[in-house]
Design a protein around this ligand. Structure first.
Ligand SMILES: [Fe+2]
Length: 281
């Protein structure tokens, strides 16, 4: 195995590894790599759906996405991101993941780790961007730290979903699974103990102890701070790339590509995390 930085800001690239060869004995070292670097990029994989789910399940409980209509048939834990249409049926979701976010932040136990595996990618565009929210917390001016320590942000799946034009209305079951939820703005990593800014985009509906408008404005300011261009790692996909990230210290976003020219299909699976812990001295 050869390890090298994936970018100057965060992430590590692991070459010479076929993740199908990993066993439970290798898992702790892999998790350490992930916690230390937030993102692990493993290029050159040849994974089927079962391989990806086997790999994912080494790290915890696989999550079921709210929008089950976009999972691979027979694989409720494997979400398909795709703009391909086969026999009139979309292969997956074409508009998921745009805008800075952490995965399933609108759930009581948001995603810990996300695994994304590229099958088809555009020659140009469609990168995934990441920013290190632990580094952003460390760099935050002290008066801002004092303002947000101990506060909670309200995350709303309904608000996020409602902002999508042309989306099918949520079913009563989907709505029942996604009530608004409060999470600490300053989040403590359950293993490393490092603090990060736990932020979001359109799904953020307010902040505890503030008028909603002011809370949303504060969260937007923090997001702009955390996502300054110099903090961003842009992963340009190649087919066969497997990228694993730790949502407890990151934000990420999909970026656009020319959908009329290119197809882009990725498989995603994700691991349930803990109820986020707040700041602790
Ligand atoms: Fe995402």
């Amino acid at each position: 195995m050869r390890l090298s930085p994936a970018s100057p800001v965060c992430g590590i690239r692991v070459e010479g590894l076929d993740v199908r060869d990993l066993t439970a004995a290798d898992q702790p070292r892999f998790v350490d790599l992930l916690h230390d670097n937030k993102i692990v990029v493993v290029p050159g994989q040849a994974l089927g759906p079962d391989d990806l789910l086997r790999f994912g399940s080494m790290f915890g409980l696989l999550q079921h996405h709210v929008l089950q209509q976009f999972t691979l048939p027979g694989y409720p834990q494997l979400f398909v991101l795709s703009n391909e249409v086969v026999d009139g049926r979309p292969l997956g979701h074409a508009n998921e993941g745009f805008g800075w976010h952490t995965d399933m932040s609108y759930m009581r136990q948001p995603t810990a780790y996300t695994m994304l595996y590229a099958l088809k990618v555009p020659a140009v565009g469609g990168a995934t961007w990441f920013t290190d929210t632990q580094a952003a917390w460390d760099a935050l001016p002290e008066e801002r730290k004092a303002l947000v320590r101990g506060r909670f942000a309200r995350f709303s799946y309904g608000r996020m979903y409602g902002a999508r034009t042309g989306a099918t209305p949520l079913t009563p079951e989907q709505r029942a699974r996604t009530p608004d939820i409060l999470h600490p703005i300053v989040r403590r990593h359950p293993v490393t103990g490092r603090h990060s800014l736990y932020l979001g985009g359109i799904e953020v509906a307010g902040v505890s102890g503030m008028a909603d408008e002011d809370g949303v404005a504060l969260m937007k300011d923090l997001l702009a701070f955390a996502t300054r261009p110099e903090r961003v790692f842009r992963h340009e996909w190649k087919p066969g790339d497997l990228v694993i990230w730790d949502n407890r210290g990151l934000l990420h976003t999909a970026t656009e590509y020319d959908r009329s020219r290119y197809t882009r299909t990725l498989y995603r699976t994700s691991i349930e995390g803990e109820v986020p812990q707040g700041w602790a001295a």
